[in-house]
Design a binder for this molecule. Sequence first.
Ligand code: TRP
Length: 352
Amino acid sequence: MVEPSAAPSADAAAPAPARRLRVLSGMQPTGRMHLGNYLGALRNWVALQDRYDCTFFVADYHSLTTVTDPATIRPAIAEMVMDWLAAGLDPERSVIFLQSDVPEVAELHLLLSMATPLGWLERVPSYKERLEQYPENINYGLLGYPVLQAADILLPRADRVPVGEDQAPHIELTREIARRFNGRFGQVFPEPEGLFTETPRVMGTDGVSKMSKSRGNTIGILDSPEQIRRTVMTMVTDVERPRRTDRGHPERCNVCALHRFFSPDRWEGIWEGEREARTGCVDVKRWLASAIADHFAPMRERRAELEARPGTVWEVLAAGADRARGAARETLDAARAACGLGHGQPAPAGLD
Ligand code: TRP
């Protein structure tokens, strides 16, 4: 399958640094992964492990800004992390942890908030959208969401943050907060950079909006082949081709778009068949369903093993938290000392 290179060329061309660059990214606990999560983020994360020191975490504190039923969080964490591990995130190579297991991030969030002008937060696009949509349901945590995200990134002193374009304002804000903190309190934080890998905008089964759980238009990556087939058969295809004998417009068909990812050796032929009305939508969907099911077969197997040992996920997260807390403590001590806090304790040594 054609995987657009996950590594930015600038890093590839740079002389090898003394240490590997640190990568950090996170996701809110949304449960099982769908094709949008996979093509947009997860497969990049898996690839980045070869070249960077990676940390990936479940942003459960962040999910509290909008959660309606806290009882859903724990199962959503387990489902998501099982998919991460099945897809190839490797706890031997990467630190994989649960945000709230490293509560140092909450204290750093507090310290960073002192260096964050309110106006910066009020201008964040995701906050403004939320304010427009639910004006009477805005909590302080929502306004502070990007400050917490900055704390996530600055705590492990991440160099690179792989995220989608929609997160660019949050990364820029993280850099500005780091700069302002350093300017006011002393040089503590390196400025991280976003790693905006080329990620496709994956449309949902309805063909008109982005694939997302809240819209109910997803295809689960590790669903059974039968379930994948059922979902794919409901996909909206080329709406301008009412009859099988009409010529198709593969460039406007979501099923054809997905063939580019899952049928790398034959998608061009499939597109041609559509254009010339040699094939019908049902054919193209059937092929897509089996291409997707085949692609994820090894991962489905790994997931079945994880499901058979449900404790594994929690063990992985606990071990990850232990590792994450070491670096977190060092950074937090340096930040506290810079702010003049922690009297009576020796100033921490310099950090790299
Ligand atoms: N805001 C991110 C999202 O919605 C999730 C997130 C929280 C994150 N903290 C982060 C991503 C730190 C990268 C780095 O997708």
